[in-house]
Ligand binder design. Structure first.
Ligand SMILES: [Zn+2]
Length: 677
């Protein structure tokens, strides 16, 4: 035991204030030693292997290591710096080695396999049976049945892949931070709302510069594209945004992309799968690439005519308004916003005063209370990794502790873009104790300025509900084993709890509870709510095509042998053809900054957003049939889905909730692509 390392002393909540960067590596090394000792006890035992002494023991081996690595990697996403990034480069291969040591331990596999063979005579309950399947498959899918030479080959491939993905992500972050659009003439801000100007002025001030600065982080980039009248500057910023990792310099990601897809394909073949997508989809609700592709084709068929009409309408509108000869990608958000204003007389700036961040947070808390009886109390004694992080104790109606909840809302230099939910501790049962989870959401919402509190766009409101939906999945988990608890479910099922919660943002009965003007306290008027609903499906056809284009790009990289692909951009252009409405931009490339599939875990899984939309629309129709705050329906959702994690196949869980499988019609109705019921 290394003295004075807070990560190696017992802790319940993560000891953020005591952790120094130099603590991580020795702590992880020590925790690996302990985990190895746990495993050694399993393999060295002379007892015949049983579910308890083998499968369950394996499930709980290396608990401390899980805690420490989740802290480290969460920090590397939310509050990183060069030093931590460098450390991640060192630590990742060490962890991959350790994971491979377990997975390729022949004695351990022999014992698990022996238990697996007796599965039917062991009288296991559903959750135990799922855990056993999962553990056995973990070995099988990681090459336990391969000969030693091929096992080594697999280890080398995994190591290379981990390093490549990390480097891919670092390049994207460096590209994002490197660029700034420095504006010194006030007329170049024409069209931009006051809050956006103030934020840009503050950014310039931070860098001791005159004027205004815009960058490639969403809160800066999105409003500029939406409102800036200066078309040349929109073009400049849009091209910079779309060219991340595509400059032919040392941050270029093209070679990383090609290497990653080739090595992934090789890995799949080695394990006996035709492609990487086949390998990934074996453990998904969608099951095969064929099913995924036909699912996307069907949606494309239904959405394309609507998308083309929308595009034509937008083009005519831009022509009328500004005599635009050709609508370009950097015009899309700007004219969409203008057209939306004309049709609905509704813009983000009108809505934002009703969505002050604290009101919205209270809003999700009220919704969670009405549905699930949860209460949230801010606590101050829990350590945080940055002063902007807020913590809450979550309890149920009987004051039982349900979870600890961390919320981190604003962009910072060391935080990656986007919004996500994560956890510092999983829920599980051990020694007759129900260990409650520590859940976190991390976002990049507009920061408060000297003049205004943090006012969210409606899109940010739905993002908050979305991440909070994931958080509920984590918080309400109630299983025995941590590896199948909470959000540890199949990838194409994980977005159901998050996306379903977004539906409450469009409901009058929900909005009236929290959408109050930050200055006057006035409740959002009915007329605005109607407009939010009416405009919700505005340009839904084009949005669907965009989502499908990403899903198709992902599948194109992973569902065929990629060895013939040498030109990333040319490949991408071809794949985008059926979904492309705007002229292609030669300076831009999507794949080189497509972090979801090349850094995160969405490879052969991007379709899952649409897949889950089918589920969430179908599930929400069930809520609307019974009333959106109906406690019985909510209880059913909690009992059959939210609390169950991955204890059973998602199809089984879903049918238990809904009484039937999800049909795509509810989504098409909601999207306005089919008539409403
Ligand atoms: Zn999500």
């Amino acid at each position: 035991m290394i003295k004075g390392n807070p990560l190696l002393e017992p802790f319940d909540t993560a000891p953020f204030m005591k952790i120094k960067t130099e603590h991580y590596k020795p702590a992880i090394e020590e925790a690996i030693k302990e985990a190895k000792e746990d495993i050694r006890k399993i393999t060295a035992s002379n007892e015949p292997p049983t579910f308890e002494n083998t499968v369950e023991a394996l499930e709980f081996a290396g608990e401390q290591l899980d805690r420490i690595t989740s802290i480290f990697f969460n920090i590397n996403s939310a509050e990183t710096n060069d030093e931590i990034q460098k450390l991640a480069q060192e630590i990742s291969p060490v962890l991959t080695d350790f994971k491979n040591d377990i997975i390729q331990d022949p004695e351990l596999f022999r014992k698990v396999k022996e238990v697996y063979k007796q599965k039917d005579s062991l009288n296991l309950n559903v959750e135990q049976s799922t855990l056993l399947d999962k553990k056995y498959k973990m070995f099988k899918r990681n090459g336990a049945n391969l000969d030693p030479e091929k096992k080594q080959e697999l280890r080398d491939l995994d190591k290379k892949l981990a390093a490549l993905s990390l480097n891919f992500g670092e390049n994207v972050l460096a590209e994002t931070n490197k660029y700034e659009l420095h504006i010194t003439r006030e007329e170049d801000l024409d069209g931009l709302p006051k809050g956006v100007r103030t934020a840009a002025r503050m950014l310039a001030k931070e860098k001791n510069k005159e004027g205004w600065i815009f960058n490639l982080h969403y809160p800066s980039y999105i409003p500029f594209m939406k409102y800036a009248k200066n078309r040349e500057l929109r073009k400049e910023l849009a091209i910079a945004f779309g060219a991340k990792g595509f400059h032919g310099d040392k941050l270029d990601n093209r070679e990383n992309v090609l290497q990653i897809v080739k090595l992934r394909h090789k890995k799949a073949n080695l394990l006996g799968y035709p492609t990487y997508a086949h390998f990934k989809l074996e453990e998904r609700m969608a099951e095969t690439p064929e099913k995924v592709n036909s699912f996307m084709e069907e949606l494309l068929d239904k959405a394309k005519p609507a998308a083309e009409n929308e595009f034509k309408e937008l083009e005519d509108f831009a022509k009328d308004l500004d005599k635009l000869d050709q609508l370009q990608k950097w015009d899309a958000a700007y004219y969409s916003e203008k057209l939306k204003q004309k049709l609905f007389d509704l813009d983000d700036e009108q809505l934002k005063p009703y969505f002050e961040l604290n009101n919205v947070i209270n809003g999700v808390f009220i919704v969670a209370e009405k549905l699930y009886g949860l209460k949230f109390k801010q606590v101050f004694e829990v350590e945080v990794y940055h002063p902007e992080v807020t913590t809450y104790l979550v309890t149920d109606e009987n004051d039982n502790e349900i979870a600890l909840f961390y919320a981190d809302f604003h962009p910072r230099e060391g935080k990656r873009g986007g919004a996500w939910m994560t956890s510092y501790k999983s829920q599980y049962h051990q020694h007759d104790k129900n260990e409650r989870p520590h859940i976190s959401i991390v976002c990049n919402f507009t920061k408060p300025t000297d003049e205004e509190p943090s006012l969210l766009t409606f899109n940010e409101v739905t993002t908050l509900f979305h991440e909070f939906g994931h958080a509920l999945h984590g918080m309400l988990a109630n299983t025995i084993y941590p590896s199948i608890s909470g959000t540890n479910v199949f990838w194409d099922f994980v977005e159901l709890p998050s996306q379903v919660l977004e539906n409450w943002c469009y409901e009058k009965d929900a909005l009236k509870l929290f959408a109050k003007h930050y200055e006057t306290g006035e409740v959002i008027p009915d007329e605005l709510i109607e407009k939010i609903k009416d405009s919700a499906t505005f340009h839904e056809g084009m949005a669907t095509l965009r989502q499908l284009s990403f899903g198709m790009l992902d599948m194109s990289w992973h569902s065929k042998d990629p060895s013939g692909i040498t030109d990333v951009k040319a490949h991408e252009d071809k794949v985008f053809e059926p979904t492309q409405l705007f002229p292609e931009v030669k300076e831009n490339c999507m794949s080189t900054s497509f972090s979801h599939i090349f850094q995160g875990g969405y490879a052969a899984g991007y379709y899952s957003y649409k897949w889950a939309e089918v589920l969430d629309a179908d599930a929400f129709e069930f809520f609307t049939e019974n009333g959106i705050f109906d406690r019985e329906t909510a209880k059913k959702f909690r009992d059959t889905i939210l609390s169950q994690g991955g204890t059973e196949h998602p199809l089984t869980l879903y049918k238990r909730f809904r009484g039937k499988e999800a049909a795509p019609e509810a989504l098409l109705r909601r999207a306005g692509l089919l008539p409403k019921k």
